[in-house]
Design a protein around this ligand. Structure first.
Ligand SMILES: [Zn+2]
Length: 293
């Protein structure tokens, strides 16, 4: 009997270790981006942002502290493991709390918070106690030069929200894009209020910029990889396929039902997130082609 119990326990342990890499990784992790001298990815759970260390100070982005009361402090503690330079800027990628809640410790540390102008309008209406308002706003573009690093903030039109800034490091040929272009996975819940047609134009503009690697706001699949222009093109194609698939049903009067039930994209069936995400993609395109919004 005891042998059987031991075997059972061993099997349980093996099963425990055989869970996904996601379950095994630590909650918080900071990694320097390969091939760069000073660009880091800070990950907290399934969210990530970048920070850049220069001789004149640090440029941080998204605090990613929604539902994580110490998340902002934890982020600063990770920065402090790399440098004691002052944190000069905190750049918000857009107004969604899962990415930008938790900015207060950065502000307290003296950082200037920068976001798109519509992000500030939105945040001012909602008054979330965990999300300080931006100190400075950006229209279509702004360049931050600090300690030899050039960071370009670009607003490329409506996409995942009405206020996403993409962040380009031209020397490093890196682009930080949050939420609009998932890397290696099917779109999920966040698709619910995307601007579908405008996002196609947005991705074409992203593809026209000069970069080699895309850092997403959620770790890329598999293994937290960075994206390429092919990944961006794949999402553009996916959106065009999804839109075409729903267009006929919507114009035939089949939205919301039965179109949402019939909608399938078997070409993407093997992508991570397909089973769960399909309903959100279906609903968004039903709204577009069946309702006009
Ligand atoms: Zn978002």
């Amino acid at each position: 009997m005891s042998r059987i119990y031991r075997a059972g326990a061993a099997a349980l342990i093996v099963a425990g270790f055989a869970t996904t890499a996601q379950a095994q990784r630590p909650q918080i992790e900071t990694k320097k981006v390969d091939g760069t001298e000073n660009v880091y990815i800070f990950r907290n759970g399934n969210h990530q942002s970048i920070f850049i260390v220069t001789k004149d100070g640090v440029i941080a982005t998204d605090p990613i502290a929604y539902g994580r009361p110490t998340g902002g402090q934890d982020y600063i503690a990770e920065i402090r493991k790399v440098t004691d330079k002052p944190i000069k800027y905190l750049i918000d990628s857009h107004y969604h709390y899962d990415h930008i809640a938790g900015g207060k410790p950065f502000k307290d540390a003296g950082a200037t918070i920068v976001a798109h102008k519509r992000a500030k309008e939105r945040l001012a209406l909602l008054k979330d106690p965990n999300t300080p308002l931006p100190d400075q706003v950006v229209g279509d573009r702004r360049t931050i030069n600090l300690g030899g690093t050039r960071l370009e903030l670009r607003y490329l039109g409506l996409n995942h929200s009405d206020s996403n800034l993409v962040m380009l490091l031209p020397k490093e040929k890196l682009l930080f894009v949050v939420d609009t272009i998932p890397v290696g996975s099917f779109p999920g819940r966040g698709f619910i209020d995307i601007y579908p047609l405008e996002t196609e134009d947005f991705i074409k503009k992203v593809l026209a910029l000069d970069w080699d690697r895309l850092i997403p706001g959620h770790p890329g699949q598999p293994n937290g990889r960075l994206g390429t222009k092919k990944d961006a093109q794949d999402i553009l194609t996916l959106m065009q396929d999804a839109s075409a698939e729903m267009k006929k049903m919507g114009q035939d009067g089949k939205c919301w039902e039965p179109a949402e039930k019939e909608f399938k994209l078997p070409k993407y069936g093997s992508w991570p997130g397909y089973e769960n995400g399909l309903q959100f993609v279906a609903r968004r395109y039903c709204a577009l082609w069946g309702r006009g919004t």
